[in-house]
Ligand binder design. Sequence first.
Ligand SMILES: *Cc1c(COP(=O)(O)O)cnc(C)c1O
Length: 373
Amino acid sequence: MTAVLAEGMTLSRLHAPTLSTLPAAVTENLRRVREAAAVPVMAVVKADAYGHGMVAVATAAVAAGAEWLGVTDVAEGVALREAGLRVPILAWLHPAGIDAPRAAAAGVDVAVGSVDELRQLAADAVASVRVHLHLDTGMARGGCPVEDWDALLRTARAARGRIEVVGVMGHLPCADAADPRANAAAVLRMRQGRDAVLRAGFGPLLVHLAATSGALTDPATHFDMVRVGAALVGIDPSETVSLVGASRLTAPVVHSAAVPAGTVVGYGGTHTTAAATHLSVVGVGYADGVPREIAPGAGVEIGGERHPIVGRVSMDQIVVDTGGRAFPRGAVATVFGPDGGAVPSVQEWARWAGTIPHTIVTGIGPRVKRSVA
Ligand SMILES: *Cc1c(COP(=O)(O)O)cnc(C)c1O
């Protein structure tokens, strides 16, 4: 093996593996959501804004006109308040339970999806907490089942003073269907739920059902607001609207070599070079979120061209066959980004790994440096 030396290159520090968040893409994506949905937008920034940085994405979305922010628990909402964000915030999952005093103090609305959860909230509230009743609209994964709506509404009436019902939410089960017929049952259930809550004497109500797919493809799902997360970062599960990827993952070539035909590459020797070629080792692996199971043809961009990954993905590195081109240590590989052409998109990575783009962007490991472009 002959190491590749950088001709005329001076020694320089390597560019550490970096995930760059691109706020301008968030701005553009929100504009495209607004073209499809004429109602207020809740920017959903749970799971660290799908791995893109919660505060960076929330700030960009609010600057671009998002009226609400959405998270899974009150602590995230408090972090947004501490970052200076002043728009209404809703938290809906509460995996650690609802901290009622904190929600009231920080002005974070909570969605409540069961009688039990609502009783607990009313018991814990020291100041009135703003509540959105979360009704199951057909997903059986959260939200109060229709059989329990009456009990939920009785509980809510009894808790008046400690809670204030300000909204009703559902969730669409067909998150990647571009076909409105797939949403019709949930839309009907949402209307029934809204009417039941109004009949119980609550109102005015903010009614919200749709996430990205409904927001982009089905106006019947829009009600008073759409809750959009994936679209903000460039993911359209319905694959009907072109959006802009909001992050770029780059990593350095840490080692480079010219190898003869017949060279066996990586763990398990799953790849043998067919001809003399150049290999570049890129310092990013499955611990950083590069999927280990990928289809042949997966690649990264180096030097303006796409080059295939060969052999197994390791914990900390991948090996790239750059053919006739030799790249020195320190060259920068782009694993994914919105650039198009030679740079793979997150959607391509999802296809290579047999998954959805969401799992690619939320899976970037903690040792990858974060930056905001
Ligand atoms: C995650 C989530 C959303 C946002 O979904 P996207 O498809 O990413 O836009 C909306 N509502 C609820 C309840 C969610 O959990």
